[in-house]
Design a protein around this ligand. Structure first.
Ligand code: FES
Length: 146
């Protein structure tokens, strides 16, 4: 039911971890399944994403999409990163089963939340970027392991 690429990114996820002093951090959750994803962005002075890491407490499809999403945004400008939609991530993974499409949304939302955090900190506007609905505030998840 999963493509080879999904299986590959699930069993061997890229860019797992955190970035200390990240330029932007976004944490989002899916209320339905309770899965949580956090994305860290390291952005240079030319607004190019130098590095990207993630932590996901969630299902296999969420792990695979976050892995692929981090690969896709690396090296892109913050504006170009807006094009890394859940659709783009799914295409890069050769598709996801319909019941797992919502998992890929988490990756898109987490990137947007991290970009929003970066934009807020630096007082810039990223075209098309809206305030994330589901960004989970730091501190609310104290004591949780993920
Ligand atoms: Fe929750 Fe996949 S089932 S993100």
């Amino acid at each position: 039911m999963y493509s080879e690429k999904v299986m590959d990114h699930f069993s061997n996820p890229r860019n797992v971890g955190e970035i200390e002093g990240a330029s932007g951090v976004g944490t989002v959750g899916n209320a339905k399944c309770g899965d949580i994803m956090r994305i860290y962005l390291d952005i240079d002075e030319n607004q190019i994403i130098r590095d990207c890491k993630f932590k996901t407490f969630g299902c296999g499809a969420a792990v695979a999409t976050s892995s692929m999403a981090t690969e896709l945004v690396k090296g892109k400008s913050v504006q170009e990163a807006m094009e890394v939609t859940n659709k783009a991530v799914m295409e890069a993974l050769d598709g996801l089963p319909p019941v797992k499409v919502h998992c890929s949304l988490l990756a898109e939302e987490a990137i947007h939340a991290a970009l929003w955090d970066y934009a807020q900190k630096n007082g810039i506007t990223i075209e098309g970027l809206q305030k994330p609905k589901s960004d989970i505030h730091e501190g609310e998840e104290d004591g949780e392991e993920y």
